[in-house]
Design a protein around this ligand. Structure first.
Ligand code: IVH
Length: 491
C-alpha cells in the first residue's frame, strides 16, 4: 500500500482506538496491538517528514515550549450566563421565554466548573482551540488542548465545525496534583478550576500533558448550518462525532421537570468525578434561541441555576494571630484541611474576639465551614453535641505574638491593636502596602521581593527603598535577581 495512504489510515484507526479507550471506556484492541500500530505509524512518519501533522496520535503528548499565545476573535461572542438561586427565579425565567414562545421546551445540563473552550475543525481536522478570553477575543491554546486525550483530532464532518465546552480537571487528578505539589514543597492549587486554567495557559505543553485534563462539550456553535435545530440534537450530534458529551441531560416541558433535574443532580453532585456548581437551563429550539437573543450581556435563552454555598464539618485545631500594617491583630482558624465547594480549606479568618465569642468557638471543636465558589471560607458555628470536654475556650492574648508589646482593645472597638509602631509585622505590612498598586505602584518590587529583602535586612524602612542602589552587590547575590531586573527596579 501507498505509504502516505497507510499513514492516514493509521492516524484514523489509532484515533478511533483512543476514543474507545478514553471516552467510551470500551477498548476493542489490546494495548500491545495499539502500541504496535503506533510504532508502525512512528516509523512511517520518520520516513516522510513532508507528511508531518501536529494532530497525529504520535504528536499528542510531546512537550514543547511555545513562544506565546496568539489572539483570536470569536465568530460569535462567548457569553457568560445570568445566575439564579431559587425555584421562583426559575419560574420567572420560564415565564419570560414562554411569553414569546408559549410552547418552548428546555434542556437541563450540569454546569461544569472549569474553563470555557472553543474547538474548531475544518473538513474533519482539528485546527484550533481558543479560550473564552474577554468573550470577544480569546487565546489560541491549540497545542495544550491537543494533550487532552479525549479531544478528537479528526471527526467525520465536512466543512467548518465549531463546538464549545468546558475544560476541567477531574477531582482525583486535582487531589493527586496537590499531593505532588506537597511533596515538592510547591504551593497548592486552590481548586480544580484554577489548576485547569493554569495548565491550559502554560507555555510549556508538557505541563498540560501531565495534568490529566478533560473536556465536556455542551454547545454546537454552528449547528443550524449542519441541519441541527435543537440543543438536545446538538448534544447527540456532538456525541456521535466522537466528542465527550455528558449524555445525562434532560429535555423538560415544565418547571417541575426542570426542578426535578436540579434536585436529582444536587443529590449526585458529591459523588460525580468532576466539580459542578449548578445546572444550566437552555431553550431547546435553536431557532427560538436565536430569536430570543441577549440582554445587556447575558443570553435570554439560557440561565444558570447555582447551588447554594456548601457547608462541611471539620476540626478547629488552633487559633493564631496575624498583625496587619495598622497594628490590627486578627485571629485566624487553623482547620483540619477539608474540601468545600471544590477547594481545600485549611484556614479561615475569624476577624475578631467578638466573633469567636458569639459563635462559641473552642479549640478542638468540630466546626461548620461554609464556602461558595470563589467566596472566602467562613467558620459559621461550632457543633456543641460533638464536645467531649477536651475543648478549650480561646483567651485573646494580651501581648503581640510578633514583638511582645501590649495588645489593647479600646472601648467601642471590635479590634485589638499592637501598641508598638516599630512592630516588625507592622513595618513589613506597611512596606508591602507602600510598594503596592494601591499606593506607590513600584514595578519590580512585589510582596515576595519585599519579604526577601526585609529578611536579608536590606530593606528595613520605607526610606531604604530609595537607597537600594547602594546595596546592589548584596541584592544581586540573592536568589531571583539579575542585573537587568535590578536596573528596571531602579528606573
Ligand atoms: S452554555 C450562552 N452549558 O458557564 C451559553 N455553559 O456562566 C454559553 N458552563 O462560560 C454557555 N457548564 O464556561 C453552558 N453545560 C454548560 C456549561 C456552561 C459550564 C460555563 C461556561 C460559561 C459559563 C457561563
Amino acid at each position: 500500500m501507498d505509504e502516505a495512504l497507510r499513514i492516514q489510515q493509521l492516524r484514523k484507526q489509532l484515533e478511533t482506538y483512543a476514543r474507545e479507550y478514553y471516552i467510551q471506556d470500551a477498548p476493542t484492541v489490546t494495548d500491545q496491538e495499539y502500541d504496535r500500530l503506533m510504532h508502525e505509524l512512528e516509523d512511517l512518519e520518520a520516513g516522510h517528514p513532508e507528511l508531518a501533522d501536529p494532530n497525529s496520535p504520535t504528536q499528542r503528548v510531546i512537550g514543547a515550549i511555545l513562544p506565546g499565545f496568539e489572539k483570536y476573535t470569536h465568530a460569535r461572542r462567548m457569553l457568560s450566563l445570568g445566575d439564579i438561586f431559587s425555584r421562583e427565579e426559575l419560574e420567572e425565567f420560564v415565564a419570560r421565554v414562554r411569553k414569546e414562545f408559549p410552547g418552548a421546551s428546555f434542556v437541563a445540563e450540569c454546569k461544569y466548573d472549569g474553563l470555557a473552550m472553543a474547538l474548531h475543525y475544518e473538513d474533519g481536522r482539528f485546527v484550533r482551540a481558543v479560550t473564552r478570553g474577554d468573550g470577544l477575543t480569546g487565546e489560541v491554546v491549540t497545542a495544550n488542548v491537543r494533550t487532552i486525550r479525549s479531544v478528537p483530532m479528526y471527526i467525520d464532518a465536512p466543512g467548518h465545525v465549531e463546538v464549545r465546552g468546558e475544560v476541567y480537571m477531574p477531582k482525583v487528578s486535582f487531589e493527586r496534583l496537590n499531593e505532588v505539589q506537597t511533596t515538592l514543597h510547591l504551593p497548592l492549587f486552590a481548586n480544580p478550576r484554577n489548576a485547569a486554567a493554569g495548565s491550559i495557559r502554560n507555555l510549556d505543553t508538557s505541563v498540560a500533558a501531565s495534568r490529566n485534563l478533560e473536556i465536556f462539550l455542551y454547545w454546537y456553535q454552528n449547528a443550524l448550518e449542519h441541519g441541527i435545530n435543537t440543543q438536545a440534537r446538538a448534544l447527540e450530534a456532538m456525541h456521535a462525532m466522537g466528542f465527550p458529551v455528558n449524555m445525562d441531560f434532560a429535555v423538560c416541558d415544565t418547571v417541575d421537570e426542570l426542578w426535578a433535574f436540579i434536585e436529582k443532580t444536587r443529590e449526585k453532585r458529591s459523588s460525580l468525578p468532576y466539580e459542578i456548581d449548578g445546572v444550566v437551563i437552555k431553550v431547546n429550539s435553536l431557532e427560538q434561541e436565536e430569536a430570543l437573543g441577549l440582554n445587556a450581556k447575558t443570553p435570554r435563552y439560557a440561565i444558570a441555576y447555582k447551588y447554594p454555598a456548601q457547608e462541611v464539618q471539620t476540626r478547629l485545631d488552633d487559633i493564631f494571630l496575624t498583625i496587619g500594617r495598622t497594628g490590627v491583630a486578627t485571629p485566624n482558624a487553623v482547620l483540619t484541611p477539608v474540601r468545600v465547594a471544590g477547594t481545600l480549606v485549611s484556614a479561615a479568618s475569624l476577624h475578631n474576639e467578638d466573633l469567636i465569642r458569639d459563635r462559641d468557638l473552642r479549640i478542638g471543636d468540630t466546626v461548620i465551614i461554609r464556602k461558595a465558589g470563589d467566596i472566602i471560607p467562613e467558620v459559621i458555628a461550632s457543633v456543641k453535641e460533638q464536645r467531649d470536654g477536651t475543648q478549650v475556650p480561646y483567651v485573646f492574648p494580651d501581648t503581640c505574638p510578633v514583638c511582645g508589646s501590649e495588645l489593647i482593645r479600646l472601648p467601642e472597638e471590635a479590634d485589638h491593636f499592637c501598641t508598638n509602631p516599630d512592630c516588625p509585622a507592622q513595618v513589613l505590612g506597611s512596606l508591602i502596602h507602600f510598594v503596592s498598586r494601591e499606593a506607590m505602584n513600584i514595578d519590580g518590587l512585589g510582596e515576595k521581593k519585599v519579604c526577601q529583602l526585609h529578611e536579608a535586612h536590606l530593606l528595613d524602612t520605607i526610606q531604604d527603598i530609595y537607597h537600594l542602589a547602594e546595596k546592589r552587590e548584596e541584592i544581586l547575590a540573592l536568589h531571583g535577581w539579575s542585573d537587568k531586573g535590578f536596573d528596571k527596579l531602579l528606573a
